[in-house]
Design a protein around this ligand. Structure first.
Ligand SMILES: O=C(O)CCC(=O)C(=O)O
Length: 263
């Protein structure tokens, strides 16, 4: 997968904005395969400390999958795609050294599913200060279904945070927010200080996106430490999807058969 991509990266945009959209990496066949893999993962049962699944209650009261985490050990195809080849190579070019995966997640955002408050990723990621995210649009990401919204050129430092670890609302209000709709198959790379947020899904179809976080190899292989801390810390905060409280909805771990009911 991805061997055919020969993308010229716009490094000026990357350093100016902290953000880069790369459109021509996945072929149509590769995208179809990815969509199938994501569907397979969505339907697997969750556990308390291995494959992590989360559901949310959407506006109409139905319980829908909202997030999968820590799937790398449990899916050979995705493990290969996300750790070898073009995607980590692009991340490495942007980081200036070999990129290693810090964490991986899928956000599903079903119809009526919730968005995310304005935040920077850095406070959610212990043990490391420099990471970049790669969002892979599994479905078209649109204004109606809650695409990412970003503030460009604000990636130099941590902004003031509130008690949730999100950008202080008074500061968030002063930022220039730009919706970033992208077609399925697009990759969006962004630095861990890029402020971002998203709205709810007001369309009638699900908007899936994979989010990968990479760090430079010189900072270490931190993925297992991250997931150990996450599992430990979130045991006391079962309504949170992350080490920061950025999710606007009502989330719940789906780790037993009674929680697996999908509507
Ligand atoms: O998927 C989205 O709408 C935004 C997700 C996000 O910012 C996050 O999961 O940290």
């Amino acid at each position: 997968m991805l061997d055919n991509a020969n993308t010229e990266l716009d490094l000026d945009t990357w350093s100016r904005d902290g953000l880069l959209v790369v459109d021509d990496v996945l072929s149509a066949t590769e995208l179809e395969q990815l969509q199938q893999w994501v569907l397979e993962l969505e339907n697997r049962p969750g556990t308390t400390d291995q494959l992590l699944q989360y559901n949310e209650t959407t506006v109409d009261g139905s319980i829908r999958r909202c997030r999968t985490e820590n799937f790398l050990p449990y899916h050979d195809g995705l493990r290969a795609l996300l750790t070898v080849g073009r995607i980590p190579e692009i991340a490495g070019t942007l980081l200036g050294q070999k990129a290693v995966l810090y964490k991986e997640k899928i956000n599903y955002k079903a119809p009526g599913g919730s968005g995310f408050a304005a935040h920077q990723d850095a406070p959610a990621y212990p043990y490391v200060s420099n990471t970049i995210a790669c969002m892979i649009a599994v479905d078209d990401s649109t204004l109606d279904n809650g695409c990412l919204e970003v503030a460009r050129r604000k990636h130099a430092a941590q902004l003031p945070t509130d008690t949730r670890g999100c950008v202080e609302p008074a500061v968030a209000q002063t930022l220039e927010w730009e919706p970033l709709p992208v077609a399925a198959g697009s990759l969006v790379f962004f630095h861990c200080y890029v402020p971002h947020r998203s709205g709810p899904n007001s369309s009638d179809s699900t908007r899936r996106a994979i989010y990968l976080t990479y760090n430079g190899e010189s900072d270490g292989r931190l993925r297992e430490s991250y997931y150990a801390k996450r599992i430990h810390d979130l045991a006391d905060h079962p309504d949170q999807l992350s080490l920061i409280g950025h999710f606007a909805g009502a989330a719940k771990p789906a780790a037993s058969s009674s929680d697996e009911e999908q509507s």
